[in-house]
Ligand binder design. Structure first.
Ligand SMILES: C[S@@+](CC[C@H](N)C(=O)[O-])C[C@H]1O[C@@H](n2cnc3c(N)ncnc32)[C@H](O)[C@@H]1O
Length: 185
């Protein structure tokens, strides 16, 4: 977890949230970090090594809890609403503006009034590598405008350089958005 993600989580004090959903949760690192601090978290990712659509409760987690589901966020009903919706690194993984718009609409339906949305994604303002040629990096003004129309108001919003490497590939840099939103009551 990088320092910007940790700052988003700590500033929002979501560790005390009774119900969180982490969309595109990857290996669940954020889910476990929150549950260790008391949150009840549902992690959803289409690459989890679990039977599709079957919620798996992770044992030995306390004082909160973690349930993981192998599912596509565009084809899954998680219930809710959730007091906190988290999605880090999902928007730029969806592949098209239409899918980004659909996910943002879904996030709005899953967010409780007054609830928090913590959102981070890559802008790739830094020139993309050839391996990113097919990727879709949604501009901040598009995402922010959609969230405003869907009933969210911004709490914090910043961009930062993110350096990483994929598996054994070369290290490279992106520009990432880190943002926190509140759903209007
Ligand atoms: C860049 S990774 C971020 C993982 C994690 N949130 C983190 O910050 O480390 C994006 C994740 O989104 C997942 N993902 C992409 N599209 C998805 C979809 N339509 N439904 C569910 N998960 C999806 C991928 O499997 C991947 O684990």
């Amino acid at each position: 977890m990088n320092a910007n993600i940790r700052r988003l989580l700590e500033d929002a004090a979501v560790d005390r949230a009774p119900s969180c959903i982490d969309l595109g949760c990857g290996n669940g690192a954020v889910c476990f970090w929150l549950a260790e601090r008391g949150a009840r978290v549902l992690g959803v990712d289409r690459a989890l090594p679990l039977p599709p659509g079957v919620p798996a409760t992770i044992t030995g987690v306390s004082p909160g809890s973690v349930v993981l589901v192998n599912a596509d966020v565009l084809d899954f009903d998680p219930g809710g609403p959730f007091e906190t919706v988290i999605t880090f690194g999902l928007l730029h993984s969806l592949g098209s503006p239409e899918r980004v718009a659909q996910v943002l609409e879904r996030i709005a339906t899953w967010s409780a009034p007054g609830g928090r949305l913590l959102l981070s994604w890559l802008l790739d303002a830094i020139p993309p590598a050839a391996s990113h040629a097919q990727a879709h990096f949604p501009p901040a003004e598009v995402v922010d405008g959609a969230l405003g129309r869907l009933g969210f108001e911004v709490v914090t919003h910043w961009t930062a350089r993110l350096e990483h490497a994929h598996h054994c590939g070369p290290a490279h840099a992106h520009q990432a958005v880190y943002s926190s939103w509140r759903r209007r009551s």
